[in-house]
Write a protein that binds this ligand. Structure first.
Ligand SMILES: Nc1ncnc2c1ncn2[C@@H]1O[C@H](COP(=O)(O)O)[C@@H](O)[C@H]1OP(=O)(O)O
Ligand SMILES: [Mg+2]
Ligand SMILES: [Mg+2]
Ligand SMILES: [Mg+2]
Length: 290
């Protein structure tokens, strides 16, 4: 994810984004394509029999040798693997890769919204993930290292950041800035929030929950896919938060599931009652995502 983040910055510095329209309000750039090839090549070389699904489709062509990462994070490897994973085999695992989350914002220069997402599902549950933010600190003076990586494994914990709880006594909700519609807005209005943070990317919004900037992420839309939510859900769950559909039911992340998160996204920070958010979603919106 870190190497992919460097590729994303390099594409932007060169200034040739190579934008392709995949669908309505749905762009792909050279950064999405190259970052995906980097991650797919690196993972499939180390784990040739694990199912890896990337947003930008299969990409088996050769990649530059310096895109292939072969080393592992020794600090994380030195930690004790939770006993629940000791018997896991390749067949139990699906890896969901979003090489660049927040493409719309990337093309508009809102670079802090961009993340690289690699999520690991075991037996259909999102349990492990990394969220790399390639432009963290990019506007700071020299001397600050650029980019950071959040990680989490359910049963082990999280790393790469300092978790914070959102402020009590107010309600801050984060949601889409580039994929809104009437239903998305209706679902926000029922909560009567003190503040709405409209930012790009599923990864970035979950970072806001984990750093105490928002209490909940509400997105009554079918726009997100499994690669958008697998890594964020895993890291958030490892921290004690929750990400589900708008009914409060978990998504399945087996390799054969449908890619679309057809029942919307509702996530809450650690220490926030997820059920109380679910209970406020009105019937009209529940019915639209039945
Ligand atoms: N209607 C949509 N079409 C395509 N992708 C979407 C749509 N809605 C959401 N997404 C994906 O989910 C992410 C979170 O949504 P939003 O930023 O609107 O809150 C987007 O950055 C985008 O991922 P990506 O940028 O990887 O294509
Ligand atoms: Mg996309
Ligand atoms: Mg995405
Ligand atoms: Mg993407």
């Amino acid at each position: 994810a870190t190497r992919a983040g460097k590729i994303i910055r390099d594409v932007m510095s060169r200034g040739e984004l190579g934008i392709v329209e995949k669908g309505k309000n749905d762009l792909q750039t050279e950064a999405d394509r190259s970052a995906q090839r980097c991650i797919m090549a690196s993972l499939s070389r180390q784990y040739p029999t694990v199912a890896i699904i990337g947003e930008e489709g299969p990409s088996n062509c050769e990649v530059p040798s310096d895109w292939v990462v072969t080393d592992c994070d020794q600090t994380i490897l030195s930690l004790q693997c939770p006993s629940e994973y000791l018997q896991v085999t390749d067949k139990d695992i699906a890896v969901w890769v979003d090489p660049l989350d927040g493409t719309s914002e990337y093309t508009q220069g809102l670079l802090e919204h961009v993340t690289v997402l690699v999520g690991i599902a075991v037996k259909g549950r999102a349990v492990g993930g990394v969220i790399h933010q390639p432009y963290y600190n990019h506007s700071a003076g020299t001397g600050e290292s650029i980019g950071r990586t959040f990680w989490g494994l359910v049963g082990l914990g999280v790393g790469g950041f300092t978790p914070q709880d959102p402020p009590p006594g107010r309600l801050i909700i984060t949601t889409t800035r580039s994929h809104s519609n009437e239903l998305v807005q209706k679902a926000l209005d029922v909560f009567n929030p003190d503040e709405v943070l409209r930012v790009g990317g599923a990864g970035h919004k979950v970072l806001l929950l984990m750093e105490g900037k928002a209490h909940a992420y509400v997105f009554a839309s079918k726009g997100c896919k499994k690669w958008d939510t697998c890594a964020p859900e895993a890291v958030l769950t490892a921290l004690g938060g929750k990400l589900t559909d708008i009914h409060g039911n978990p998504y399945e992340y087996d390799k054969d599931v449908q890619h679309t998160n057809a029942r919307g996204v509702l996530a809450t920070a650690r220490g926030i009652s997820h059920a109380s958010f679910v209970s406020k979603i009105p019937q009209e919106i529940r019915d639209a995502f039945a």
